[in-house]
Ligand binder design. Sequence first.
Ligand SMILES: [Fe+2]
Ligand SMILES: [Fe+2]
Length: 170
Amino acid sequence: MGIFSKDIRTMDDLFVHTLRDVYYAENRIVKALPEMIEKAGDPQLKRAFKAHLGETETHIARLQQVFRMHGLEVRGVDCPAIDGIIEETDDVVGEVDDPTVLDAALIAAAQAVEHYEITRYGTLIAWARQLGRTDCASVLQTTLDEEKATDLALTAMAEGSVNQKARAAR
Ligand SMILES: [Fe+2]
Ligand SMILES: [Fe+2]
């Protein structure tokens, strides 16, 4: 962001800025997930995190594709929002001792990440359509569908068993 000039003038500039924001976020998530996989005690949760790590690598590749489709160099911009969500996760997770409570905390943190991604991709898709880039919108939609499916799977795990097991912790 320039100090002396305003770098975002048009909707296209705003679209590109947000694309770079989510590109940074996806790269940050790829670095955070291995520790979450390691810490997860519930085997189903561990598998879900592993599967989403693979999907997240694909999300990065799809964003690179959208950058190229839009004639842009591939690069991110700092996203303090995702940094904050991940920092808070590290803080909370570091304070939890019981492994079942830890799983509940990990799901909550992962859902905060998913919701951040869902809001960003939802916006990007709406703007891409508005800018006449339905081709970019459809690539981004595939990722949004995977983020939403992950969020639903996490809810099912939390409500299905993880929260109940954690409730027994003393
Ligand atoms: Fe993602
Ligand atoms: Fe995600």
